[in-house]
Design a protein around this ligand. Structure first.
Ligand code: ADE
Length: 225
């Protein structure tokens, strides 16, 4: 998979890709991530990427031309499955969307800033608009990093143990059950007996019950009841 991220702040975006699972995924060549500084696609001396809103109103708008130049250049080099715009009014990111995107070959992610982009960018280039939650960030970069993390860890081979992504919260519309490790007894706080039974169907049943209880209590909206 190849991800091209268009941003005015590449330095804000780079560090999440330089550690842990994302770093290993890149080193193992399971994913390529490229950063494109929008200012490199400007034509004036000031490298202007934003301007005042037509019709008046507070806040600057990202101009169509540098974005057009950047996306058109990328598209001339390869085909893209999706051109995603990070914006608080997009569809809210969830595990289903991450699963879908993890199957794509090439995607572009455009990070918004200020009030957002000129509507013509959305009308003519963007195939999908994604929000990471109902709050407003200063820009799309942190959202793009969250999206990339959620997607990249699902690419086959990225996680050491293939089953571990399958047992994450949300994969079956259920939150994950409780988990424990050593010591078995810590200050009298005991690990549930069933986990030592060696009876794997019984352990699986316990996990399913706990996952259901936890989901019912915390996220009943996930259960189709
Ligand atoms: N840009 C600003 N706020 C955002 C959000 N909540 N999700 C994605 N991109 C954003």
């Amino acid at each position: 998979m190849r991800i091209d991220i268009i941003t005015v702040l590449p330095e804000l975006l780079k560090s999440p890709f330089e550690a842990s699972i994302l770093k290993r995924a890149i080193e193992a060549e399971l994913v390529e991530v490229h950063f494109h500084n929008l200012r490199d696609f400007t034509t004036d001396n000031y490298k202007t990427i934003d301007d005042y809103q037509f019709g008046g109103g507070a806040g600057m708008v990202m101009m169509v031309e540098p974005i057009d130049k950047c996306i058109t250049k990328l598209k001339s080099e390869r085909d893209y499955d999706e051109v995603i715009y990070m914006t608080p009014d997009g569809e809210t990111l969830n595990q289903g969307i991450a699963n879908q995107l993890s199957l794509k070959e090439n995607i572009i992610i455009l990070c918004g800033h200020y009030k957002g982009v000129d509507q013509r960018v959305r009308d003519h280039f963007i195939t999908r608009e994604i929000s990471i939650g109902d709050y407003v960030l200063s820009g799309g970069e942190l959202g793009a990093a969250v999206l990339c993390d959620a997607v990249i860890r699902l690419i086959p081979g990225v996680l050491g143990n293939e089953t571990s992504a399958l047992t994450d919260s949300f994969q079956d519309n259920l939150l994950a059950p409780p988990i424990y490790t050593r010591p078995r007894d810590y200050k009298g706080w005991q690990v549930p007996e069933v986990l030592f039974s060696g009876n794997f169907p019984e352990i699986e049943k316990w996990r399913e019950e706990k996952a259901y209880e936890h989901t019912k209590k915390r996220r009943p909206d996930l259960l189709n009841e």
